[in-house]
Design a protein around this ligand. Structure first.
Ligand code: HEM
Length: 312
C-alpha cells in the first residue's frame, strides 16, 4: 500500500478558467500569414499574447481540461485512476467518432473508405487496451484507499462507452436506462439505441451487393439486442469462400472481425485487472463484480463472422 501521501501540484487556478464547453473564438492563419510572422520574429517562436490566454490554450480549452482532475481522498493512487479514467473517456470519444464515420461510409457504399477508417478505430482500441498497463499498477490496497469515495460511480455508467457499444451493435435498453435522467446526454444515447449499428449497415451492404439476406435482418427493432441470423451467416460464408485480397466484402469482414477481436482483448484486460484489484468483491455500481463482468467479457459484436471459422 502506498503509505506516502500524494503531493498534488496546483497547475491551474480554477477561478481563472473560462468554463464554457463551447469552442473559443480564435484567429485562423494561412501559409502566407505564417511566413510573414516568421519573418517578423526572425524565426523565433511567438511568446507575447494579448489578453489572459494564448492560442494553444484556446484551441482545445486546455486550461479547462487540466482543471478537471480532482482526487477526493488522500490515497496516492487516486490521481492515476482519475487521469486514466478521463483519458479513456477521450479515447472512447475518438473511437466512437471513427466508428460512426465508418458507418456513414458504408451507407454511401464506400467500403474502401470505411475500411481505412476502421484501421484507425482498431488503433484506438489497442490504445485503450494498453491503458490497463498503467491502471494495473494500482494495487488492491492502493485502490481501497480511495474506493469509498467513488460512491456508486462505476464504469458501467459511462455514456461514452455505451455509445461505443451501441454503434458496434451491443444494444441494451436496460443499461441505457441509467442515463434517462440526464437531459443533455439521454437524447443522443436514445437515438443511438434506436438506430442501426455499424454491423447492421455492413449487413445492408451485403444485401445491396446481391447476397441473400432475410428481410428481418434488414429492418427490425434496432433497440433490441442483436440476434445471430442464419441468412447473415450464410452471406458471410459466401463472402469468405472467396478470400481474395481484391474481394472488398471479404476485406470488410476481416476488418470487422479484427475490431471485434481487439475489443475482446480490451474487455479481457479490464476483467483481469478488476479481478486482480478487487477480487470477488461486488462492484461499486451494484453488480456482483467479476462475476457480472465475466458475462459481458464474452460478448462478440459480429457473431456470424466468427462463425465462418467453423465448418457449416
Ligand atoms: C482500475 C480499477 C477498476 C475496477 C476495480 C473496475 C471494476 C469494475 C466493475 C466491478 C465493474 C462491474 C460494474 C459494477 O461496478 O458493479 C466495472 C464495469 C465497467 N468498468 Fe470498470 N473498473 C476499473 C476501472 C475502470 C476504468 C478506468 C474504466 C474506464 C473509464 C472502466 C470502465 C468500465 C466499464 C465501461 C464498465 C461496464 C462494462 C460493460 O458494460 O460491458 N473501469 N468495472
Amino acid at each position: 500500500m502506498p503509505d506516502y501521501p500524494p503531493v498534488v501540484p496546483r497547475i491551474v487556478d480554477p477561478d481563472g478558467v473560462d468554463a464554457s464547453p463551447h469552442p473559443r473564438a480564435m484567429p485562423v492563419t494561412t501559409d502566407e500569414s505564417r511566413s510573414a510572422t516568421a519573418a517578423e520574429t526572425g524565426g523565433e517562436p511567438l511568446l507575447d499574447f494579448e489578453g489572459t490566454s494564448n492560442p494553444y490554450i484556446d484551441y482545445q480549452s486546455i486550461d479547462l481540461l487540466l482543471s478537471l482532475q480532482h482526487p477526493r481522498s488522500d490515497g496516492y493512487d487516486e490521481m492515476c485512476f482519475v487521469v486514466m479514467g478521463q483519458v479513456k473517456e477521450l479515447l472512447f470519444r475518438g473511437l466512437h467518432f471513427e466508428l460512426v464515420n465508418a458507418q456513414h461510409r458504408l451507407r454511401a457504399d464506400e467500403v474502401g473508405d470505411a475500411m481505412q477508417i476502421l484501421g484507425r478505430a482498431g488503433a484506438f482500441v489497442d490504445y485503450l487496451t494498453s491503458s490497463w498497463d498503467v491502471l494495473s499498477t494500482i494495487s488492491t490496497e492502493g485502490f481501497n484507499q480511495f474506493r469509498d469515495t467513488l460512491g456508486t460511480a462505476s464504469g458501467q455508467l459511462s455514456f461514452m462507452y455505451r455509445h461505443v457499444e451501441f454503434v458496434l451493435g451491443n444494444k441494451s435498453q436496460r443499461l441505457a436506462r441509467a442515463h434517462r435522467n440526464v437531459p443533455h446526454v439521454w437524447p443522443a444515447l436514445e437515438e443511438a439505441l434506436r438506430s442501426p449499428s455499424l454491423y447492421d449497415d455492413a449487413i445492408a451492404v451485403l444485401a445491396r451487393r446481391g447476397l441473400a439476406v432475410d428481410r428481418g435482418a434488414l429492418d427490425r427493432d434496432w433497440s433490441l439486442p442483436y440476434e445471430p441470423d442464419p441468412s447473415v451467416e450464410a452471406a458471410w460464408r459466401e463472402v469468405f469462400a472467396d478470400p481474395r485480397s481484391d474481394n472488398e466484402l471479404y476485406r470488410l469482414g476481416l476488418a470487422l472481425v479484427d475490431i471485434d477481436q481487439r475489443f475482446s482483448v480490451y474487455r479481457w484486460r479490464h476483467f483481469v485487472s478488476v479481478e486482480r484489484i478487487i477480487g470477488y468483491k461486488p462492484g461499486t455500481g451494484g453488480s456482483a463484480g467479476v462475476a457480472w463482468l465475466d458475462g459481458v467479457t464474452r460478448h462478440r459484436f459480429f457473431p456470424e463472422i466468427w462463425a465462418t471459422a467453423n465448418p457449416a
